[in-house]
Design a protein around this ligand. Structure first.
Ligand code: GUN
Length: 290
């Protein structure tokens, strides 16, 4: 079993991006700038957004964090988005999900200018992605493609099972891996909560992307020997033996699945850091497209 080291790979990508920023600065050009909007004080979201902002600083990007109260109205949030759309210094921005229940996610995402939508969540970008036109690819699936490419894992003709049909990960992942592209040409099954006989599908899979959001769901007896495992899940589980009071678990029962896998992403240190690296890559793309 080999680890697909997302931490190391993301560091390499960030180093490549930092070199590009250094070149821009040597030409007296301004650096790319990413903004993030966070509504409320959810611990996990705050951690993610902070690491996005910190990564910007590390590679020389400009960054802005806009924190809004949990009680902010939808209209106030839409006004913040309009301001970011119109701000020439901001190349790209994201609105961290999930949003409070009184705010309509789709309405918010559709207000983002597609040219600044570095998360790739706007219908224009999602549609362009699905049609194989130039688009911002959502950072998590994009990071998974990059990880598979850099570890030279063959996907052409392989059976892939994606578990979970979210708009952010499972759905775009299933589309991308089925496309004619460097990492693609796979036969993809998109499984979800209503799928019958999931184990009969996962046992035939050469590659499994687990993105359903249930801690340690995929067990060793559900996979075949030599399978490649991409674990997108990240759940906090109470653990009094830890200083923080919790440990992080993926959607994969690591111990039993790793014993059979040829490659597996760890949690943490797998898909998570890749997501951040690809968000930065999308921001550089937005900067150049301007
Ligand atoms: N919440 C969980 N993942 C993501 C992501 O990639 N982008 C945003 N904006 N919110 C998220």
């Amino acid at each position: 079993m080999k680890l697909l080291d997302g931490k190391l790979t993301s560091e390499q990508i960030k180093e490549e991006l930092a070199q590009e920023v250094a070149i821009l600065k040597s030409q007296n050009k301004r650096a790319p700038h990413l903004a993030a909007v966070l509504v409320g004080t959810d611990g996990a979201s705050l951690t993610y957004v902070n690491s996005k902002v910190k990564s910007c600083e590390k590679i020389g990007f400009g960054s802005t964090l806009i924190q809004l109260e949990e009680t902010v109205s939808e209209n106030e949030l839409l006004k913040v988005i309009e301001d970011l759309n119109n701000n020439p210094v901001i190349d790209g921005f994201i609105v961290q999900l999930p949003l409070p229940k009184h705010i309509d996610d789709q309405k918010v995402l559709m207000t983002i200018n597609p040219d600044k939508d570095v998360d790739g969540f706007h219908p224009t970008n999602f549609g362009r992605m699905a049609l194989e036109l130039p688009a911002f690819i959502p950072a998590t699936p994009y990071g998974i493609l990059e990880l598979l490419e850099r570890y030279q894992i063959e996907t052409s003709g392989k059976n892939v099972v994606v578990i979970g049909r979210s708009h952010i990960v499972g759905r775009p992942m299933s589309i991308l891996l089925s496309q004619k592209r460097t990492v693609g040409d796979a036969t993809v099954t998109l499984a979800h909560s209503k799928t019958r006989n999931l184990t009969s599908l996962t046992k035939q899979a050469d590659i499994i992307v687990a993105a359903l959001g249930i801690a340690e769901f995929l067990k060793g007896d559900m996979v075949k020997d030599g399978v490649v495992i991409i674990d997108v899940g990240i759940t906090r589980i109470n653990d009094t033996s830890k200083k923080s009071g919790f440990r992080l678990a993926g959607d994969v029962h690591f111990e039993s699945v790793a014993a059979k896998a040829s490659y597996i992403t760890p949690v943490p240190g797998g898909v998570g850091p890749m997501t951040i690296a690809m968000l930065l890559k999308n921001t550089l793309l937005a900067y150049h497209r301007k």
